[in-house]
Design a protein around this ligand. Structure first.
Ligand code: NAD
Length: 359
């Protein structure tokens, strides 16, 4: 029997709108095929919302989000703010606020490699083959939320790196539980040789690990982890880390998957799950119709599995992406020198091919 769900779509800025159309279309296709009823609403956030309402996260979007079962998000950001760091109202405040409003504390980022894209990465094939990593990035603490200060003369600035034990505990449990369903290996990444907040992180993870004796746990310093990730990515199964280190390491890991346009993420917490590509609004290609829509489609796949428990439907989206890549179709970011011009598609043509391939 089909299920009934309310989905909020927040396209955002730049390529956000271009790619989210395809995440949503994939969900519509799955609903139609499986006899499910998905109701879609649209909300504003980011630059678009600031222009329309003065706020990067209008109240209306918060209410819609709280009344939804899951949220499909695109990206936010605009050159105006990147070029002027003194602007006080900024698109990214919308994203930080919605994470707080929805109590989203864990960001899951699977780095799955499609064999067809082995040649698209800047890393050698033999190093990459077989890589399958699941990142757990903490979302509510760290320098992003710690106190920010600037001295009176403007010449000194600080951001407080802060973690509370409960924040580390709750995400650590999620990460260990996930490791149990995978290859039973968990690597916690910190900088405990230098940072007090990392020492609390490591101590807490060590304590939580005692409840999961079947999971092999290791601790790496972030500088070493950054190096190991490109040296031997296959050695990793679940990687658990804080907000800042996770932000950086997952962008690095996107190169394993070939492009930023291939990586999806899920943010989970107390309420509706929040699903989004890891990339931003990509000003350099926005409006050109060439953005890769696959990360949005894979975000929809994560929503189906995590928020709705529709494992088979989720797998059908991943298989559709695989089929499309196997047929030789590429967007510009994942094309290599062997891809014929005729097979390099724009956003809509690529999105259309994947949706067509959903079984
Ligand atoms: P970005 O992720 O937007 O782009 C980085 C590079 O990857 C660019 O060259 C871009 O063309 C390419 N790229 C990204 N997504 C792609 C896709 N789907 N297909 C093909 N190529 C793709 O990062 P940036 O350039 O550092 O930031 C641009 C704006 O996005 C900034 O305003 C930033 O604040 C914002 N941003 C938002 C989020 C978010 O909404 N979650 C995340 C990161 C950056």
């Amino acid at each position: 029997m089909g299920i009934s769900k309310k989905i909020l779509v927040i396209p955002g800025d730049g390529i956000g709108r271009e790619v989210t159309l395809w995440g949503r279309t994939a969900l519509e296709r799955v609903a139609k095929k499986g006899g499910h009823s998905f109701t879609f609403r649209e909300g504003m956030m980011g630059h678009e919302a600031i222009e329309a309402t003065g706020s990067p996260l209008p109240e209306a979007t918060i209410s819609l989000a709280k009344a939804s079962d899951a949220i499909l998000f695109g990206a936010i950001g605009h050159q105006k703010y990147d070029q002027d760091p003194t602007l006080r109202v900024r698109p990214e405040q919308g994203l930080l606020s919605i994470r707080k409003e929805l109590g989203l504390y864990a960001n899951l980022r699977p780095v799955r490699l499609f064999d067809e894209l082995l040649g698209a990465s800047s890393i050698r094939e033999e190093i990459l083959r077989g890589t399958d990593i699941l990142f757990f990035r903490e979302l509510t603490g760290d320098v992003y939320f710690g106190e920010k200060k600037r001295s009176g003369d403007g010449n000194t600035a600080s951001d407080l790196m802060i973690y509370h034990r409960f924040e580390v505990e709750r995400i650590a449990h999620k990460a260990f539980e996930a490791a149990r369903t995978r290859r039973k290996k968990l690597c916690s990444v910190d900088k405990a040789n230098v940072l007090e907040s990392s020492r609390l992180w490591r101590e807490t993870v060590q304590q939580v690990a005692q409840s999961y004796p079947d999971v092999e746990t290791e601790h790496l310093f972030v500088d070493n982890a950054a190096m190991q990730l490109v040296r031997e990515p296959r050695r990793f199964d679940v990687i658990l880390t804080g907000n800042l280190f996770g932000d950086i390491l997952t962008d690095e890991a996107s190169q394993i998957a070939g492009s930023m346009g291939m990586l999806a993420s899920a943010s989970i917490g107390d309420q509706a799950g929040f699903y989004e590509p890891i990339h931003g609004s990509a000003h350099d290609i926005a409006g050109k119709g060439i953005a890769n829509p696959i990360a949005s489609i894979l975000s929809a796949a994560l929503m189906l599995e995590i928020s709705f428990g529709l494992k088979e439907e989720s797998a059908s989206l991943i298989r559709a992406v695989e089929t499309t890549l196997r047929q030789g179709f590429r967007t510009m970011d994942i094309a290599d020198k062997h891809t014929p011009n005729a097979r390099v598609l724009g956003t809509d043509a690529m999105g259309g091919k994947v949706v067509e391939a959903i079984q």
